[in-house]
Write a protein that binds this ligand. Structure first.
Ligand code: HEM
Length: 448
């Protein structure tokens, strides 16, 4: 039964919707079938509607106009920190994505200097040996589980590229750091949100403390050093006005960056392996471009020549959007597409659904990388039709880094292996937090 979220002031419309089941709202339906659930919602209520979840009303934005309005956030009424914290807890506090307003602008200006093209070229050079080392541990077989293998690989890359391998630390210590980090990520989606012994939340609290200790211990060496890892970069970068990060800032940003870079790149890679396994013509086209480069260790410039791979990655990020929904909270009364959003409302910006709308994408469930080709450019139908990296002032700062990372890994895989996935395979995706295939994504992987 339709209910209105709140009485609007003159000139605005109330947000339509319905609470759904007590407490859980529509979250169970969403986890089972995110596109179908949001499609029914969109057809019934339009691009701005509400439901109840965990005791709070949430406004869901579907379609490029509504998503674009929230991402542009012209009146600055939608805040990141108070929104994201509800979902991911305190474990990534003071990471760039959780800062707002002038403070966010100031930190972003400094951090941008760690992601310049020169720096990216350096990170790319360091990626090759790290990828080669990680792939040595892979044992090709008919039932190879790609997702966990890729997750371990990207965590290893983050350790070497972001932390410069943290020289001097033992294998056991790095394993413990990885565990602490995974504890934080898993705690973010815990149901029991109190540090009772044995709970995920508790492991998150302990993990966060452990990570802080770890980064703090290496900080003096990084401040004094000249390495080309991201940790050292954050210790040295300055904005154009000469502003630098404090020790606390460096620690907080590092912990957030490890998280931001991890599951997002992993799911992009595993989706690409799935579709390349199901569409051998695309796998072959990408391999031929990789072979044409004539090197196993392409530079950042050379990676940009892998145009088929670029189309494949874009299509994978459309079909399985690594961050399916972005969170905001209204810190002042505002409006979206003429709908009244009262102060305090939590907002979910539905990127994944928008990427599947038949109004924007012909045959939206079909894997068709050519839709991003210069001749077709289906994404140009609307500025916010394809936005896996978000938009506005919080647009992903790691977008180009992730592109270099994903391409580097796939380049090595295409040259060293071939693989197959049955054409009728449908990944059983888990959408509890960031999406992942719950069967670990089996593929038939062979060495070439
Ligand atoms: C396929 C990979 C990735 C995807 C799809 C992705 C997606 C996103 C999205 C949607 C946001 C916006 C969040 C918001 O508006 O609240 C974001 C923010 C961010 N991402 Fe990524 N990300 C990826 C990889 C990375 C990597 C590899 C890094 C770091 C090296 C990174 C660093 C960041 C940072 C620092 C922000 C916060 C920006 C800000 O608030 O100003 N991301 N990312």
């Amino acid at each position: 039964m339709t209910k209105m979220l709140a009485d609007p002031p003159p000139g605005l419309t109330a947000v339509p919707g319905d609470g759904g089941l007590p407490y859980v709202g529509y979250s169970l339906d969403y986890m089972r079938d995110p596109v179908g659930t949001n499609d029914r919602r969109y057809r019934e209520y339009g691009p701005v509607s509400w439901f109840r979840f965990a005791g709070n009303p949430w406004v869901v934005l579907l379609g490029p106009d509504a998503c674009g309005a929230a991402l542009q956030n012209r009146d600055r009424a939608l805040a990141n920190g108070p929104g994201w914290r509800v979902l991911i807890g305190p474990f990534f506090d003071r990471g760039l994505m959780l800062l707002d307003g002038d403070e966010h602008t100031a930190h972003r200006r400094i951090m941008q200097q760690a992601f310049t093209r020169d720096r990216l070229a350096g990170y790319t050079d360091s990626l090759h040996p790290a990828v080669e080392k990680a792939l040595e541990t892979w044992s090709p077989q008919t039932d190879f589980r790609a997702y966990p293998a890729l997750k371990e690989l990207t965590l290893g890359l983050a350790t070497s590229i972001f932390m410069g391998g943290a020289e001097g630390s033992s294998h056991a210590e790095m394993a413990e750091v990885n565990k602490a980090f995974i504890g934080c990520v898993q705690a973010a989606t815990a149901i029991v949100r109190y540090p009772l012994p044995g709970t995920r939340w508790r492991r998150g609290v302990v993990g966060r403390r452990r990570l802080e200790e770890f980064f703090r211990r290496y900080l003096p060496a990084r401040r004094a050093g000249s390495g080309d890892d991201l940790f050292t970069a954050l210790c040295h970068v300055e904005s154009e006005d000469g502003e630098r990060f404090t020790d606390d800032d460096v620690v907080n940003h590092m912990i957030f960056l490890m998280m931001a870079a991890h599951d997002t790149s992993t799911i992009t890679l595993s989706t690409a392996m799935q579709y390349l396994g199901q569409f051998p013509q695309w796998q072959q086209a990408c391999r031929e471009e990789s072979e044409a480069l004539g090197t196993t260790t392409p530079t950042l410039d050379q990676l940009e020549e892998l145009t088929s791979l670029d189309l494949v990655i874009k299509e994978c990020q459309r079909l399985v959007t690594p961050v399916p929904g972005i969170v905001r909270r209204a810190v002042a009364d505002t409006e979206i597409l003429g709908h009244y959003i009262p102060r305090g409302t939590l907002v979910n910006v539905g990127l994944h659904y928008t990427h599947h709308m038949p109004e924007l994408w012909p045959d939206p469930e079909r894997f068709d990388p050519g839709r991003f080709s210069p001749e077709r450019r289906e994404d140009r139908v609307h500025k916010y039709a394809w936005s896996p990296f978000g938009g506005g002032v919080h647009r992903c700062l790691g977008m180009y880094f992730s592109s270099a990372e994903v391409k580097t890994v796939l380049h090595h895989l295409l040259l060293g292996y071939h693989w197959h996935v049955p054409a009728d395979y449908v990944a059983p995706m888990n959408f509890t937090s960031l999406p992942f295939p719950s069967d670990g994504q089996p593929i038939d992987l062979r060495r070439r």
